[in-house]
Design a protein around this ligand. Structure first.
Ligand code: ADP
Ligand code: SF4
Ligand code: MG
Length: 317
């Protein structure tokens, strides 16, 4: 049985420059199954947000994608903008790292939620405002009848993120993309927002694409995970399998850099992710990899299935 909700096949993303096209992401492939939480992890600059934006088809003007993104077996990349508008915000929706940049500062939160409902379900203004109150209750905002009249700046960061989540789930999407949804929040609020996302998922069969730079958040929240580096997927597995049996040297480096309860010193991966223009020629991780051999410097490995449903991109596998 094909259980796939979203299938990304050989997705590449390019920057349009004065001297031609420049690759930012190269041929990534993964699928998200119905009702699962799929995590994408990697350091800043490895291509997580661009992947999400291309699924929503909201890439900046100077960037374009090619490949296939099948959502319920329809290729999103070949839909017209009008067809995409019917899917965006209804079947697929997204929450961003910083809610202030995605909420409209001059509209009340009730109106912003109501607008999504009016657009996609043809509800009257009155009915959609009533539904907006129900949605604020679902995302556990106290006194929702009063809060719908608030403007975003009148709410705390945590409450704004709840409103953002409310807007995103208003139309019961089958896929919610959460791009670093808690990175801008302090730790206690972070925990509450993650708990809210878990509760919402338990109440429906919505799938979540959960993007984070923090592998420990993915461990607690995702079913399967893809690790990205330099615009490529370098390891993909079930979360338990990945933590029990990490194979790629980058994944092992990320795990070794997590804090331990025993208070052992952190072992960060030395160096930083190069800009896509300065990635090494062969394996893109070779300039930071302690295990490289000569072949790594000129040959880029493929992503191969090393054990059932566990894929790795490393010459040594
Ligand atoms: N609008 C843009 N113009 C030029 N380069 C961009 C733009 N957006 C992203 N990039 C580049 O694409 C790469 C991937 O970016 P992004 O997907 O935002 O990474 P992440 O979300 O993993 O931090 C980075 O090197 C970034 O500099
Ligand atoms: S291919 Fe070579 S450089 Fe790349 S991760 Fe594997 S061992 Fe390291
Ligand atoms: Mg990002």
């Amino acid at each position: 049985m094909n259980n796939s909700l979203l299938t990304v096949k050989d997705l590449s993303i390019y920057l349009k420059g004065q001297s031609g096209f420049f690759p930012l992401i190269s041929k990534i492939s993964f699928d998200i199954r119905k009702a699962e939480v799929f995590g994408i992890v990697g350091e800043s600059g490895c291509g997580k947000t661009l992947t999400a934006l291309s699924i929503m088809r909201i890439l900046p003007q100077n960037i374009f994608s090619e490949g296939e993104i099948l959502f319920n077996n329809r290729d999103i990349l070949s839909l017209t903008e009008e067809e995409m508008r019917k899917i965006r915000g209804k079947d697929i929706s997204m929450i961003f790292q910083e809610p202030m940049t995605s909420l409209n500062p001059v509209l009340t939160v009730g109106r912003q939620i109501a607008e999504a409902l009016m657009t996609h379900f043809n509800l009257t203004k009155r009915d959609s405002l009533e539904k907006a109150i129900e949605i604020l209750k679902r995302v556990k905002i106290p006194d929702p009848e009063l809060r719908i009249k608030d403007y975003p700046h009148q709410l705390s960061g945590g409450m704004r993120q709840r409103v953002m989540i409310g807007m995103a789930i208003a139309c019961n999407p089958s896929l919610l993309i959460a791009d670093e949804p808690t990175t801008a929040l302090d730790v206690t609020i972070q925990f509450e927002i993650l708990k809210l996302l878990q509760d919402l998922r338990a109440q429906s069969d919505m799938a979540i694409l959960f993007i984070s730079h923090d592998l420990s958040l993915i461990y607690e929240n995702a079913d399967r995970v893809g690790i990205m580096y330099g615009g490529r997927l370098i390891e993909l597995a079930n979360v338990d399998e990945l933590f029990d049996n990490p194979i790629h040297p980058y994944t092992r480096g990320l795990l070794a850099s997590l804090p331990t309860y025993k208070g052992e010193p952190l072992k960060p991966i030395l160096g930083f992710v190069p800009h896509p223009a300065f990635l090494p020629k062969g394996c893109k991780f070779s300039d930071r990899c302690k295990e490289k051999i000569e072949e790594c410097l000129y040959k880029e490995p493929e992503l191969l299935e090393v054990t059932k449903e566990h894929f790795v991109r490393c010459i040594k596998c």
